[in-house]
Design a protein around this ligand. Sequence first.
Ligand code: NAP
Length: 492
Amino acid sequence: MICISTSAETAEDLRTQILGACENGDAAEVRFDYLPDGERQKALAMIGSLDVPIKLIATFRSPEQGGRGNATVDDRVRFWENLPNGYFAADLEEDVIEHAPAHARRIASFHDFDGTADDLNAVYHRLAGRGDIVKVAVRVGDAPEALAVWNLIAKAQADSKPIIPIAMGDAGKWTRILGPAHGAFLTFASAAAGNPTAEGQVTARELREVYRVSELNRESLVFGVLGDPIAQSMSPYMHNPAFVSAGIDAVFLSFLVKDIDAFFRRMVRAETREAELNFGGFSVTMPHKQSIMRHLDAIDPTAEKIGAVNTVKIDGGRLTGFNTDAHGFIEPLKAKFGSLRSARVAVCGAGGAARAAVYALKAESADVTVLARDEQKAAVFGREFGVDSARLTASVGDFDIVVDATPAGMKGPLESETLFTADGLQGVKLVYDLVTKLTDTPLVREAKLAGIDTLGGLEMLIAQGARQFEIWTGREAPAELMRESLLARMNA
Ligand code: NAP
């Protein structure tokens, strides 16, 4: 079941939200703590005359357990003792659970917003004795930390006790998407983007349409992008539609991974993992493209030479690393510029993307110079790849092509930064900014001001993603569909 949490502060809005929940949800969690006293009474009356096809779950959370308002224990006890009929379940914390109405199933729930509860097994056992359904929600900061709450599913199944396990925060998003396939009683979702009632919540429409939670099962292959930060990743919108169109039972999600060693030890490696998630492979992004290499059984020669892995395929328990950034980088560039033989190319930055770019440019016989703000780093990089190097300055007019492989212009603190102004670019024929954005980055704007041709990072993202799909599935990628889905999402 997908349960949509309401966040209405008036009875009228609540009505709209419950009716809206019928579109994509199987249930609605009515958050009575969001409603001020007078509106709460109106809401109870309104719901009494509402006839909807979804299940309603009543919740009146205390402020200590993440609720809105300042209801006292007495207020909540009064509320629960007077709750009318018509609710599928009542979700109560332990302090008021004895006052649960007899006419609704009792969800015994526990929330830990600091992620400090150390014995979740004890919490589970306590709640299992007090509720028909157990709900445990714990905030986590790194994907493997969610295992503690995830593994309560197996315990509850052994006891035939329905359970709602929730790992809150971006790092716990995977539990919300994979939970129902592994036996979670339901998963919570928000009604609209930007309006979650808990951190890490996905919209109900996305759960259904992008992640297809109601079609997934334990055997579905799981793919994911590993990175930190990861909330902005567009990859799920590209890979999930591709799996659907190819008729492959697989799902692609993002994993906020801080400690890559813990992720591989606790979630991937057969000898040490604490859960069976049926991983088929990974996409890897900042900051793990190099550190992941020590966890692999084999590395494809191209990725080895580049010194960075952005793709992992898992086959029969064996992990192989690839690099599709080089391919993704060079294909759109060749399509736009033509032959790169002897073209004078400046690659700005000395990180993972720059490594793939320089490798690919050298393979096309371009005349490459790497520019970095740290001259020493540029020199080391230059020696490793056998290309010229220099410190990044404000002028690059001597080059035919300028590639920006730094995060300048990327969403976040560097969004308004540009490495060069129009003046500093005079003489350049093409500016290629690897940052993926629907709108122009400041650098692309400066290039356009100077009348220079430009290329953004979107085409690279699609081309490297299409190659990833081919590595994972052995099939040709539906690149056009991947582009359309990505653009539709970015436009939205
Ligand atoms: P990375 O490994 O962290 O490397 C970033 C590089 O940029 C480092 O050399 C860093 O220098 C330099 N840098 C950071 N901030 C800078 C600034 N303000 N001015 C000048 N140099 C700066 O990152 P990455 O993985 O290579 O990614 C770089 C960019 O490429 C990101 O924007 C990423 O989104 C983009 N990218 C796009 C695609 C795509 O498909 N379109 C694929 C991969 C990457 P220091 O070492 O001195 O810090």
